[in-house]
Design a protein around this ligand. Sequence first.
Ligand SMILES: NC(=O)c1ccc[n+]([C@@H]2O[C@H](COP(=O)([O-])OP(=O)(O)OC[C@H]3O[C@@H](n4cnc5c(N)ncnc54)[C@H](O)[C@@H]3O)[C@@H](O)[C@H]2O)c1
Length: 350
Amino acid sequence: MERLGFGVIGVGTWGELHARVYANTHGARLVAVCDADHVRAHQVAVACGGAKVYTDFFDIVSDPEIDAVSIVLPDFLHHEATIAAVRAGKHVLIEKPLATTEAEALDILREVEIAGVTLFVDFHNRWSPLFQPLKHSLERGEIGTPQQVYYRLSDTLYVPTQMLSWSHHSTVAWFLASHCLDTLLWLMEARRHHDTIERLYCVARSRVLRDQYGINTPDFYLTTIEWASGLVTHIENSWILPESGPSIFDLKCEFIGSQGAYSIDASHHGAVKKSTHKVEYPDLFVSPTIHHHPMGFGTESIRHFVQSLQQGVKPMVDGIDGLAVTRLILKMEESLRLRQPVDVENIYVL
Ligand SMILES: NC(=O)c1ccc[n+]([C@@H]2O[C@H](COP(=O)([O-])OP(=O)(O)OC[C@H]3O[C@@H](n4cnc5c(N)ncnc54)[C@H](O)[C@@H]3O)[C@@H](O)[C@H]2O)c1
């Protein structure tokens, strides 16, 4: 099998994982990495067994050895690098969120169409062993018709104050609600059933991060979503959980149906406990390393992109899925501004 050449633009926390996956996946080869921080790019290239290093994304997208790139830049910087890659004829994997404005999202979709390249948005929960059994249960009707859902995906203060240098340019909605929204849309088959979200109401507060840390971004978003079927979902995304928690994120999800329920409590799984100066539950699901190989559902979605390109088939997530989530987060912002529920329609319409 001919190996496809991959590049990664932005090799910070998550881009490094992309680079490691391409360097460790059958049928793929990591050709180059690109980061504005040359030292960081060089470190990642060496850690992956060698790759070319670029600091300007216009240069990496011109590399003829590269067939496809991952865009793993901060949330609000996805657009320009993606357009450059697409115009250079490269297939693109874009980290979530696709874009942070509707105009940018639509522009990406238009350019992808013109160039005839493949676009995949990395909503990796669709590969999660935590959500797959729920998906199967819903398909088989085991828990009946979904009635109410509580979904919490939050981070400790470490993420906006130390891990991300750009949290003040983004929000926990772009960073985490994007995952929740795509997961719900996928579980409920919203795209196939045409716009099943009818209305949402969002409340947020900006106090702790702004006043205690000087980071001007909301502390949390609480969003209630009404679906045409009668289902009500509540999602909770916070960036101010205490750092003493056993994991940097907290994931809980409870689906209550007319015949049963399904609940997930993954970050506080307790299956493996590490006790030093504090108690931690190591990551078993997202991207654990097994014998130096990156594993977990955070890597499965990237491998799915590789396989889709090799087989010449459409990947399981595309630009329209990304556009829908971008539109919903913009609706959350609209609801915040208006301080009232807002109607939602046509999230999938171009
Ligand atoms: N951290 C996570 O757990 C995680 C998980 C999934 C997805 N994501 C998504 O991945 C993306 C990146 O997040 P991250 O946590 O890796 O951020 P990060 O800050 O760790 O990495 C971003 C990298 O981009 C580089 N960069 C910034 N501007 C650049 C430019 N113009 N040209 C080249 N390089 C540039 C920075 O130097 C940095 O190394 C975001 O969209 C985020 O939502 C993050």
